[in-house]
Design a binder for this molecule. Structure first.
Ligand SMILES: NC(=O)c1ccc[n+]([C@@H]2O[C@H](COP(=O)([O-])OP(=O)(O)OC[C@H]3O[C@@H](n4cnc5c(N)ncnc54)[C@H](O)[C@@H]3O)[C@@H](O)[C@H]2O)c1
Length: 252
């Protein structure tokens, strides 16, 4: 029970990696609050986990909107008390053309994939500072280091997540709060499936270069995040852990 007595907040917890984070943290003894824009999916998942005897709470929030995040956070605190750990997971892909992308699209995308990390931090840090304890894990991506053509400006947002992780790690360390990033490689989720549907040739090409001959299960990302949220990782701070089966070690 790595997370006994903890209250973990997971964003984008209704599906994919986020759903695995909710499950793993709850199985490790935490009370887990999660938010999502997918209300139906979030409620169904909450029901499923409650039926298993796990301590979970779902509420709607669009992480790009601070007022949404703030009111969801208030409900979570009312349910389980102060948040002691956060997994900033909600994110979307981007496939824009730099010429035709509009200001609105730019702001909307960066609101979800980058600004959201600041939104949750703004909500949870006061109580964490007061408690002199806390852990935040931000889901970045291997795209922060190397990316694909046609993915504009996803790599920029995910690089920003790692930069924000370093800023927060240095500034909050004095309060006993650790902030780290996890950069997954190919992970079998609805997001990845939708990309493969758009680019079928990429699926076979991606499989061919996997050093372990397969892509990650969501639970394999969740285990790393749970570790980083737990006291077992008490001296890990400001790090970006690549969890990509070795893909980043490959030149071509
Ligand atoms: N799947 C991969 O291969 C992969 C690899 C590297 C990084 N990532 C990152 O991991 C994270 C999770 O990805 P995934 O593959 O599980 O995606 P997914 O699309 O399968 O699930 C994402 C969840 O976030 C929710 N969400 C989207 N926008 C939201 C918003 N504005 N507010 C609240 N919730 C929102 C969705 O409804 C969904 O439930 C993302 O940040 C993604 O960039 C994924």
């Amino acid at each position: 029970m790595k997370l006994a007595n903890e209250h973990i907040l997971v964003t984008g917890g209704a599906a994919g990696i986020g759903a695995a984070l909710v499950l793993d943290a709850a199985q490790e003894g935490a009370s887990v609050s999660f938010c999502d824009i997918n209300v139906e999916g979030g409620r169904a998942y909450e029901k499923e986990l409650l039926a298993k005897g796990l301590s979970v709470f779902f509420t709607q929030a669009d992480v790009s909107n601070f007022d949404n995040v703030s009111s969801a956070h208030a409900k979570m605190v009312e349910k389980f008390g102060a948040v002691t750990g956060v997994a900033n997971n909600a994110g979307v892909n981007a496939y824009f053309d730099p010429v035709t992308m509009t200001d609105e699209e730019w702001n909307s995308f960066f609101g979800v994939d980058l600004k959201s990390v600041w939104h949750t931090a703004k909500c949870v840090l006061p109580a964490m500072r007061a408690a002199q304890k806390g852990a935040i894990v931000n889901i970045a991506s291997i795209h922060a280091r190397m990316t694909f053509p046609g993915y504009f400006p996803y790599a920029a947002a995910k690089s920003g997540v790692i930069g924000l992780t370093r800023n927060l790690a240095l500034d909050e360390g004095k309060y006993g709060i650790r902030v780290n990033a996890v950069s997954p490689g190919y992970t079998l989720t609805p997001l990845l499936q939708s990309w493969f549907e758009q680019e079928p040739a990429q699926q076979a090409a991606a499989m061919k270069v996997q050093p372990l001959g397969r892509m990650a299960q969501t639970s394999e990302i969740a285990k790393v995040v749970t570790f980083l949220l737990s006291a077992d990782a008490s001296f890990v701070n400001g790090a970006d852990w690549i969890v990509d089966g070795g893909l980043h070690a490959r030149f071509a």
